[in-house]
Design a protein around this ligand. Structure first.
Ligand SMILES: Nc1ncnc2c1ncn2[C@@H]1O[C@H](COP(=O)(O)OP(=O)(O)OP(=O)(O)O)[C@@H](O)[C@H]1O
Ligand SMILES: Cc1ncc(COP(=O)(O)O)c(N)n1
Length: 266
């Protein structure tokens, strides 16, 4: 059984963060594990409070896993503050970490700053160079590069700039584009596009968390990066199509991979 770890924040309403990640791992038939960086009080309408976990406990969670268990892939999501980032980078650097996917979570769909703006530099400096794949959405790619992204040509320029920050692959997600939801992969040489029809729904809470966890799951299964993203894109597209309303705001995606496969949806 392949084992996948998420290092991220808890989302009390279960649509994003640790909860979305663990559901995605299970839906891929994998064993999921978690290191919780922060606990958020959150629902479909907003984030109402955040408690960062101490750096001591974050370090101990990581050590407890890696000292005992072999980990086939790791996904990093919400990391909140500079101290958390430094602790994660320092602790992970003591282990052979395979297939690290970093989703540089910054602002929630409801507009809450899940990464303190001043922690951006630490994310770039300490975490990005450890990544096999980094998966910014367009607003995150804008913050990381300092450039405005309006169309595909801008996405390409941003991908080249982020690649210089030393991840192995850059995937810029086009969920925030107006037309098609095109994602762009750059490996330092070539660009690859992942197309999907834009699905007309407001229920996209946790789409980025789900996509990055699906990529980590597929990498754990020893797929190539290009194939892992292709399969993850198929997964998120169906998960968005099957999304539903819980509460009054932005609802979650739905995770039933095996069911989707049997139904011929993937
Ligand atoms: N309405 C949509 N229809 C189809 N695909 C979408 C839609 N919205 C997002 N996607 C896809 O979902 C994936 C996640 O992209 P998105 O840009 O939403 O990430 P994100 O903003 O980081 O998500 P989050 O912040 O909710 O975690 C990408 O593959 C993107 O193309
Ligand atoms: C703990 C946590 N991690 C990540 C997100 C981003 O997801 P979204 O942009 O859909 O709000 C979130 N809302 N909460």
């Amino acid at each position: 059984m392949k084992k996948v770890l998420t290092i991220a924040g808890s989302d009390s309403c279960g649509g994003a963060g640790i909860q979305a990640d663990l559901k995605t791992f299970s839906a891929h038939g994998l064993f999921g594990m978690s290191v919780i960086t922060a606990v958020t009080a959150q629902n479909t309408q907003g984030v109402f409070g955040v408690q960062d976990i101490s750096t001591e406990l974050i370090q101990k969670q990581i050590e407890a896993i890696f000292d005992d268990i072999s980990v086939d892939a790791v996904k990093i999501g919400m990391v909140s503050i500079t101290d958390t980032i430094k602790t994660i980078a320092e602790t992970l650097s003591r282990y052979q970490v395979k297939n690290l996917v970093i989703d540089p979570v910054m602002v929630s769909k409801s507009g809450y700053h899940l990464l303190q703006p001043e922690a951006k530099e630490a994310l770039i400096r300490y975490l990005l160079p450890m990544a096999r794949v980094v998966t910014p959405n367009i607003p995150e790619a804008e913050v990381i590069t300092g450039m405005k992204i309006n169309h595909l040509e801008d996405m390409k320029k941003a991908a080249v700039q982020i690649y210089q920050m030393k991840p192995e692959y850059v995937l810029i997600k086009g969920g925030h584009l107006e037309e098609e939801a095109i994602d762009l992969l750059y490996d330092g040489q070539d660009f690859k596009y992942y197309h999907s029809q834009r699905i007309d729904t407001k229920n996209t809470h946790g789409t980025g968390c789900t996509l990055s966890s699906a990529i980590a799951s597929n990498l754990a299964k020893e797929m190539s990066v290009a194939d892992a993203i292709e399969a993850a894109k198929a997964y998120i597209s169906v998960a968005i199509k099957q999304s539903f309303s819980i509460g009054k705001g932005v609802g979650p995606t739905h995770h039933f991979y095996e069911l989707y496969k049997k139904a011929g949806l993937i």
